[in-house]
Ligand binder design. Structure first.
Ligand code: DQA
Length: 156
């Protein structure tokens, strides 16, 4: 329910989805599931609410857009859940942005990246994430929010 400022109440956290995740539900459903991005974002908002958090959900297909969102989170949010998608395996810049903002970070992958092609086995983001969840499908985001709530309370 919105408060008097029009913003939903709760401790703000960022849920950031990377490239091609706007096509969730249509894109390789055997790998990524049938839930759409809107479904996943609603799941995140609902999981966040149960812990007194407010999930602000963003998605970008652009490396710079993801980096800008991470920089904005430095002052606007208390923690980050991120599925960096293909940039997990390529982006030193996104990794550096996450390291720079010094917020709790939970990295999520819908698929089990370790059971897939060798180029997906390494994520630059994992070294700066507090927690990595992969292979749990859309439910992984709910697990990520549960755990981020714990991390946010520890850093209060
Ligand atoms: C992904 C796994 C990545 O390897 C892939 O590039 C994605 C999605 C996942 O959620 O399983 O786009 O991050």
């Amino acid at each position: 329910m919105p408060n008097h400022t029009g913003t939903a109440p709760g401790i703000p956290v960022l849920v950031l989805n990377g490239p091609n995740l706007n096509l969730l539900g249509l894109r390789e459903p055997a790998v990524y599931g049938k839930d759409t991005l809107a479904d996943v974002e609603e799941l995140c908002r609902s999981a966040a609410r149960t812990h007194g958090l407010r999930a602000d959900c963003r998605q970008s297909n652009h490396e710079g857009g993801l980096i800008d969102a991470v920089h904005e989170a430095r002052t606007a949010h208390r923690g980050i859940v991120i599925n960096p998608a293909g940039y997990s395996h390529t982006s030193v810049a996104l990794r550096d942005a996450l390291a720079a903002v010094e917020l709790p970070v939970v990295e999520v992958h819908l698929s089990n990246i370790h059971r897939r092609e060798a180029f997906r086995h390494h994520s630059y983001v994992s070294a700066v994430a507090d927690t990595v969840i992969c292979g749990a499908g859309a439910h992984g985001y709910a697990v990520a929010l549960d755990h981020l709530a714990q991390l946010v309370k520890e850093t209060r």
